[in-house]
Ligand binder design. Sequence first.
Ligand SMILES: Cc1cc2nc3c(=O)[nH]c(=O)nc-3n(C[C@H](O)[C@H](O)[C@H](O)COP(=O)(O)OP(=O)(O)OC[C@H]3O[C@@H](n4cnc5c(N)ncnc54)[C@H](O)[C@@H]3O)c2cc1C
Length: 218
Amino acid sequence: MRIAVVGAGVSGLVCAHVLSNEHLVTVFEAASYLGGHTNTVEVDLDGDQQRVDTGFIVFNDHYYPNFRKLIDRLGVRWVLAIRGTPEFDRASGMPHLRPADSSDWFTAVFEYARASPQWRWTAGTVQLREWQGKVRVFSVESQSGGTFQLKEQWYPGWSARIDGVAGQLGQTKDGFQEVTVAGGRHELRFEYRAQGLRTGALVSALGWMLLLIVAKRG
Ligand SMILES: Cc1cc2nc3c(=O)[nH]c(=O)nc-3n(C[C@H](O)[C@H](O)[C@H](O)COP(=O)(O)OP(=O)(O)OC[C@H]3O[C@@H](n4cnc5c(N)ncnc54)[C@H](O)[C@@H]3O)c2cc1C
């Protein structure tokens, strides 16, 4: 089915994520950012600039069992806090959050020690080799082989290579990516390339060539 989700607040985004497993979902958002109420706005208090989090201040295990499950399901591992704010001080004192960078950038990154892994491989052992913006590389080993799941939204443009050979990238019932791996030791590489990027570049190049030809003749 083709489904339209109107609004990219937390409700719309979660609906789109869950439905995208079986349906073709398009999200429409009126604002220029994702998140809806869950946002940070700057306010001027008599010349004193303050950032106010709207929409998400209270969060705990007791009252947020489903949200907690969503965080586990997505394998959320990183927490951002703006230096010099009470949230930063609170995050710095939490036993399960450890500072993940030593820069003095105005947002600090903390790693959540209890985060669930962003992959699932029950057939044998797995080692994360590389995790870049558009690339994830793993070494896996098993006797019988099995299905490797990556907790990354299945989306056109992602591909999987097993030992350098293209593999069949499937979709899990949770909307994530999966690939079948034979027994033995293998390197798995997941990579994202925006579809249409090459076509766009080709059209731009042809356009520039045409302009040059016209300019030369004129
Ligand atoms: C100040 C404040 C503090 C809060 N504190 C907490 C808290 O501590 N803990 C907690 O759990 N909850 C808190 N909440 C509540 C929580 O933030 C909201 O319940 C939640 O963010 C709502 O998400 P939503 O997706 O339902 O709606 P929204 O976040 O409102 O998202 C709706 C989206 O739809 C878009 N939209 C609307 N009409 C159209 C249209 N016609 N076309 C396209 N897009 C459209 C809007 O631009 C928006 O992005 C707080 C809320 C506020 C305002």
